[in-house]
Write a protein that binds this ligand. Structure first.
Ligand SMILES: *[C@@H]1O[C@H](CO)[C@@H](O)[C@H](O)[C@H]1NC(C)=O
Ligand SMILES: [Cu+2]
Length: 170
């Protein structure tokens, strides 16, 4: 059975349209004793995704510059949050840096750096296995497969409704 081009478009467009929500540290949340570089490695963050920081009373979340991230300084924080359940939308491509300003926590590893790619494109400087310069047709297996992994139940539902319609139209 031939696959109508429109169906391929839907398959690749939906993961981009439905952004991923990441709970930082997964079930460990935002805390000391978690390796956030390990947590972030292998994840492909894109514009439109959100980071959810969940934490208790001692902790906070500061968004900081790279140099402040490197030196664990929170005195020039770009944004500060302490509500215990902080959802941060990744609205700009590039590197984003977060740390906990509680004394000693950042130096114990309570810091997170993420690289956010423009929506739908591969992470710059990311996995070298991604073929560079490939036209944005359906021949983007690695990036597209990763994004489909992020697809939430809502996206899947939309896909299941739309796919038969597109098949009929095609
Ligand atoms: C935390 O925030 C997320 C996203 O905004 C929300 O879905 C969740 O219900 C919140 N949890 C609590 C305990 O408030
Ligand atoms: Cu802390």
């Amino acid at each position: 059975m031939a696959t109508p081009p429109a169906l391929l478009f839907i398959l690749f467009a939906i993961p981009a349209a439905y952004a991923a929500d990441y709970t930082v540290g997964d079930s460990s949340g935002w805390s000391t004793g978690v390796d956030y570089s390990t947590w972030a490695s292998g994840k492909k963050f894109a514009v439109g995704d959100t980071l959810l920081f969940t934490y208790g009373g001692l902790h906070s979340v500061d968004e900081v510059s790279k140099s402040d991230y490197d030196s664990c300084s929170s005195s020039n924080a770009i944004n500060s949050f302490n509500d215990g359940n902080t959802s941060i939308a990744l609205s700009k491509a590039g590197a984003h840096y977060f740390l906990c300003p509680a004394i000693g926590h950042c130096s114990q590893g309570m810091k997170l750096a993420v690289t956010v790619s423009a929506s739908g494109s591969p992470t710059p400087g990311g996995t070298p296995s991604t073929t560079p310069g490939t036209p944005s047709t359906s021949t983007r297996p690695s990036g597209a497969t990763a994004k489909i992994g992020h697809m939430n139940a809502m996206g899947l539902g939309v896909l299941m409704v739309l796919a038969p319609l597109i098949m009929v139209m095609g």
